[in-house]
Ligand binder design. Structure first.
Ligand SMILES: [Zn+2]
Length: 275
């Protein structure tokens, strides 16, 4: 039989401890030691790895956030241009050392926060109110034909031969040849400001759409609205006729913008019936 080993544990300032172990037990002790090390140190390593992964993920998120912000800033800039807002007013710019790229996720997140606040302020205080004005003006803008049925465009906008006499005259609208009684609809929402007889136009309706836009519908055989009435787009205004200075059943349609008659052809899709 082999002799037992003696294991000495030396303690500073204290008596040494001595253990006697049999050689057969040594591998078991080594195994136990290895297991203890595993139980104590492995989770620590795992925690560190977990921390590193968390940091990496945070950095990726911060980078993604910055990319999204850059894309959002570009979109707001495009809306800003479409709304006619030229330059941002002095807004809080990211404080971080100018053009240098933030080096860690904490800095990136901080910079993203500053950019987000600036973007939200810019959007709500400048871009959005301007966009709403543009959209409101677009909603008030006359669009399309005031008739669902017409035969032909009998007279263009601009200079033309006087249909009732000699010489030339300026025609301030379009003449849309159509059957007597054909319904006439408003080409934009607005307020009826004239509904009755006027020299030349006969029975006519004038609608104020705001933003400098007015539309006039002339030579009507019937008028279905009263002055002062608020109407929606496509509201029934009257019926085609030949009242006033007219040579046949047609609708005279004028669009005024800031007091000037403009070509209604610019306010409708291309006419398939146009000559
Ligand atoms: Zn006319």
């Amino acid at each position: 039989m082999r002799k037992p080993y003696t294991i000495l544990v030396v303690r500073t300032g204290k008596e040494a401890l001595a253990f006697s172990v049999w050689p057969q037990v040594v591998p078991l002790l080594l195994l136990l030691g290895a297991l203890t090390a595993g139980v104590v140190f492995y989770p620590q390593a795992q925690r560190q790895e977990h921390e590193r992964a968390r940091t990496r993920s945070l950095e990726e998120q911060a980078l993604q956030l910055q990319e999204h912000l850059t894309s959002l800033e570009a979109q707001v800039q495009s809306l800003r241009q479409r709304a006619g807002v030229a330059h941002p007013k002095a807004l809080a710019k990211p404080q971080a050392s100018g053009s240098s790229v933030p080096s860690d996720s904490a800095q990136r997140l901080q910079s993203a926060q500053v950019r987000l606040v600036a973007l939200a302020t810019d959007f709500t205080q400048q871009v959005r109110p301007e966009l709403e004005k543009v959209l409101a003006e677009e909603a008030a803008r006359p669009w399309g034909l005031p008739l669902r049925k017409m035969n032909r465009l009998s007279s263009h906008f601009g200079g033309r031969r006087n249909p009732l006499g000699a010489g030339y005259e300026e025609h301030n609208g379009l003449d849309l040849s159509s059957a007597l009684g054909t319904p006439v609809y408003a080409t934009a929402p607005g307020l009826v400001v004239e509904a009755g007889w006027a020299a030349g136009y006969g029975n006519r309706v004038v609608v104020n759409h705001g933003y400098g836009f007015y539309t006039l519908y002339g030579h009507l055989s019937k008028i279905y609205v009263q002055t002062g009435r608020s109407i929606a787009r496509d509201h029934l205004l009257g019926a085609v006729g030949s009242t006033g200075r007219s040579t046949g059943s047609h609708l005279h349609y004028t669009i005024f913008h800031h007091g000037q008659a403009v070509n209604p052809m610019a306010y409708m899709p291309p006419l398939p019936l146009a000559e």
